[in-house]
Design a binder for this molecule. Structure first.
Ligand SMILES: NC(=O)c1ccc[n+]([C@@H]2O[C@H](COP(=O)([O-])OP(=O)(O)OC[C@H]3O[C@@H](n4cnc5c(N)ncnc54)[C@H](O)[C@@H]3O)[C@@H](O)[C@H]2O)c1
Length: 395
């Protein structure tokens, strides 16, 4: 009897980056290796040194050929990019052209790989306290916070169109031009509707709903965004469509999170409201950002390099582990691979088990007295994985 041929490995590019980026990415890799041990899935990791520390040493963001290595990977896992210009100081280390050191690995990849949507699942897992109110008093049931934010990732005020007028060498006038196009709006809006179709609706009323966060009473770009929303929405009669002004949204999100299912927004509003979303779900230690396009996906914890915590085995690895789970989900959906989808569900379920048990968890979730080391949290997730990935019966 001959053994079944092993499945082709998925190629995962790793950009651990700076500060705590390296150690949290290593935790995600450990979890993916455990997935490989429990399933037929195989992962080939291609680690690329990149970031501000690399720039400081080599005068460039990453080695030659890194762009191509990222482009040819099945998915990219990013840690964190950026370091302060001076130890303990404010202000990031910059390249000689004024861009952030390590820019190519994060913003460069978003542009080169056309990662047009930033997808942020906002879910309050049982056992996690949200970050609203200094006392961490719980005001929502976990089941009331379960939504996905989709932020346009390429244009709007961040398109880089603007400048400073400095007659006589003194800066006098600054402009940032807001660019909103039909094409870029349409692809994130379509992704929002497709995401809603794959979900079971808002936690409060189980209605599939896409909410566009705009300022269309004043801004032309938002009026175009809403026009495209209405056009695309007409193709999805099963999904309720609504718009809300961004200022009103900030209070409604906090007052009735259970109303929201999929939230879509132009770039700058999306940038701001996703941070608020992160507070609803328990902070940066558990918040994930997925940069996705038609062909490529880059997955990251939303936190930065937190240099003062680096190398101390104390930060929360769960955001990075959950981002690896999101990579499996995205890849599994794209490749129609049920084993990847099963693995994605198992990673999230294993994380939920550890959160619900209340230990071992890091300082940001349980305070310094009860804090466990980062590696203990990862080991607990790996232990739980086996519960959710039982070996398949031989056929
Ligand atoms: N996507 C990215 O790569 C990214 C995002 C944000 C900031 N940055 C960069 O990171 C550097 C530091 O930025 P910052 O200090 O403003 O933000 P940060 O997210 O690195 O850290 C802020 C604070 O959040 C807490 N924190 C962050 N991650 C945590 C984790 N996993 N577990 C527990 N606590 C955690 C820590 O208390 C930390 O001091 C800067 O150079 C910045 O440009 C990068």
């Amino acid at each position: 009897m001959t053994a079944a041929p092993a499945a082709d490995p998925y190629r995962i590019a790793l950009l651990p980056g700076d500060g705590i980026g390296g150690e949290v990415t290593a935790q995600a890799v450990q979890v993916l290796e455990a997935v490989g041990g429990l399933t037929d899935l195989r992962f080939d990791f291609d680690e690329i040194p990149a970031g501000a520390a690399y720039y400081r040493e080599h005068g460039r963001d990453w080695p030659e050929g890194s762009e191509e290595r990222c482009a040819s990977a099945d998915a990219i896992l990013l840690g964190a990019i950026g370091l302060p210009a001076q130890e303990g100081g404010h202000g990031s280390l910059l390249r000689s052209d004024g861009k952030m050191a390590g820019w190519s690995a994060i913003v460069g990849n978003r542009i080169k790989l056309d990662l047009y949507a930033n997808v942020r699942p906002v879910k309050l897992y049982p056992g996690v306290r949200h970050y609203v109110s200094g006392s961490h008093k719980q005001v929502w049931d976990p089941e009331n916070v379960d939504m996905v934010f989709i932020r346009e990732n390429t244009e709007d005020l961040y398109a880089g169109s603007g400048g400073i007028l400095a007659p006589g060498g003194v800066a006098q006038v600054a402009t940032d031009t807001r660019i909103v196009t039909r094409a870029s709006s349409e692809r994130v809006i379509r992704l929002a509707f497709e995401t809603a179709m794959a979900r079971e609706g808002a936690p409060g009323d189980k209605t599939r709903r896409v909410t566009a966060v705009v300022k269309d009473n004043i801004l032309y770009g938002c009026r175009l965004f809403v026009k495209v929303l209405e056009e695309v929405g007409a193709e999805y009669p099963q999904v309720e469509v609504e718009t809300i002004l961004v200022d009103a949204f900030t209070q409604w999100l906090v007052r009735r999170p259970e109303h929201y299912d999929v939230v879509v927004a132009p770039n700058m509003f999306g940038d701001i409201i996703t941070e608020l979303g992160s507070a609803l779900q328990g902070g940066m230690g558990v918040s994930v950002g997925c940069n996705v396009g038609a062909r490529h996906g880059m997955f990251e914890p939303i936190h930065g390099s937190a240099p003062k915590h680096a190398g101390k085995n104390r930060v929360n690895p769960l955001a990075s582990i959950l981002s690896a789970g999101q990579a499996l989900l995205w890849l599994g959906t794209r490749r129609s691979d049920p084993e990847l989808l099963r693995a994605a569900g198992a990673v999230e379920a294993a994380v939920c088990d550890v959160l619900a048990a209340g230990e071992p968890l890091t300082y940001d979730l349980v305070g310094t007295e009860r804090a466990a080391p980062m590696t203990a949290v990862t080991s607990a997730v790996v232990d739980q994985l086996a519960e959710h990935l039982p070996a398949r019966a031989a056929s």
